[in-house]
Design a protein around this ligand. Structure first.
Ligand SMILES: C=CC1=C(C)c2cc3[nH]c(cc4nc(cc5[nH]c(cc1n2)c(C)c5CCC(=O)O)C(CCC(=O)O)=C4C)c(C)c3C=C
Ligand SMILES: [Fe+2]
Ligand SMILES: [Fe+2]
Length: 367
């Protein structure tokens, strides 16, 4: 068995394709404690996510966390689960399909698009192998995280590198690090807020709630916090909001450490206590709705707000498969694919037959 893997059934006249990997976090296979245990064991063992000395963390993870958290998280997932499955997976599939359709109609050359999840399935290794089988000799990776974080974007890179280091023929590679200040992305967020206001009236305050990370990651050089602030500031500017009409907070705290602040739940509670009537909340770091937006914000935080004496918390949906969002992501992919033949940057749309004739002869392959 060769040490490095290769595409099955190589044919000398295969047409090389641009491969696009749409990557996101991933989700459990079912809203049950056993499925959550499998998912959380993979997720929380990632050193990019939990930066604690390995031996110590392994003892805590297997001795405490994986004994208690799966059942609790399964109950939360059950509240948002749909007939088609987990919202994150259902929406990610629709996004991938929408991006693929747009790329097929806009690119000169052939393209293959696959969804790969960092944890759970469809996995990143599986998606990469499918792209290789489709002839993707150039690979563009879009992690669906607008703001770069080591915990998400770099972790996607790790999964990519882990798979590719076992390949004989590594594809040409481009990796989109972030798009937190892309004008088209800011315009999509602003449009979604305007539409929400047109449908429901303007709330008394707009909260931008981002997923948190330990504060330590920021102090150790992670750009995530700054990029979240910038996204919110640009959207607020685009909507011409006065400073007291909006605020940034961080949600989904995990463990006992200090995380990025101010915390969403504490802020929502304080705003409720202050007697605020309507609170609009947008989660501008999530490209797709998921447990953290639907259960935590639309569910849990809406209750916190009301119980504290506030009026109504109105959650503004993630950009999901809105057409302006998919158009924007397609433009982003195309701008990063500049200069590649399939993106119109060269003459070599098909493999040179003379060149591959030699290769096929050398391998004894059928011509
Ligand atoms: C333990 C530390 C965690 C860090 C750091 C973290 C960072 C982080 N996560 C997202 C996006 C998502 N996280 C989601 C779920 C989720 N996150 C953590 C923990 C950390 N995340 C856990 C344990 C879970 C699972 C649910 C639970 O048990 O609470 C999700 C939702 C997935 C879904 O299936 O719907 C997303 C999306 C970002 C963007 C981020 C850092 C920037
Ligand atoms: Fe998370
Ligand atoms: Fe949560």
């Amino acid at each position: 068995m060769p040490r490095f893997s290769a595409k099955d059934a190589f044919k000398h006249d295969d047409t090389p394709r641009l491969g696009v990997l749409v990557a996101n976090l991933g989700t459990p296979d079912a809203p049950t404690a056993p499925a959550l245990r499998t998912y959380l064991a993979q997720f929380l063992a990632d050193p990019r996510v939990v930066e604690v000395p390995r031996l110590l963390w392994r003892i805590i993870l297997h001795g405490i966390v994986l004994r208690t958290r799966p059942a609790k998280s399964a109950r939360a997932y059950a509240e948002v689960w749909t007939d088609e499955g987990s919202p994150l997976l259902v929406i990610s599939r629709a996004q991938t399909e929408g991006i693929a359709q747009r790329l097929h109609s806009r690119l000169e050359g052939p393209v293959a698009v696959e969804l790969g999840m960092r944890y759970g399935s469809p996995s990143i290794p599986k998606a990469l192998q499918t792209l290789r089988q489709a002839g993707a000799e150039r690979l563009l990776v879009l992690p669906m995280y607008p703001q770069y974080s080591g915990a998400t974007t770099a972790s996607t890179f790790d999964a990519l590198a882990d798979e590719l280091k076992g390949w004989r023929w590594v594809p040409e590679l481009r990796f989109i690090g972030q798009y937190h200040d892309d004008p088209a992305y800011i315009a999509c967020l602003a449009a979604s807020i305007r539409e929400h206001w047109e449908a429901h009236g303007r709330g008394d305050k707009l909260l931008f709630s981002f997923h948190g990370t330990p504060q330590r990651y920021l102090l150790d050089g992670d750009p995530y916090h700054c990029q979240c602030q910038k996204t919110a500031r640009l959207v607020a500017q685009s909507l011409q909001l006065p400073d007291d009409a909006w605020q940034v907070t961080f949600q989904s705290r995990f463990g006992r450490e200090v995380w990025l602040q101010p915390y969403t739940d504490k802020t929502v509670e304080a705003l409720g206590k202050s007697g605020l009537k309507t609170l609009d909340v947008i989660c501008a770091g999530f490209s797709a709705d998921c447990l953290e937006t639907l259960e935590e914000i639309q569910g849990e935080n809406a209750e916190i707000f009301e119980e504290a004496g506030g009026g109504e918390l109105r959650y503004i949906a993630a950009l999901n498969d809105r057409s302006d969002h998919l158009d924007m992501l397609t433009d982003l992919i195309l701008s990063h694919a500049q200069g590649w033949p399939e993106a119109g940057g060269g003459a070599r749309g098909r493999r040179d037959t003379e060149e591959t004739g030699e290769l096929a002869t050398a391998q004894g392959a059928e011509s």
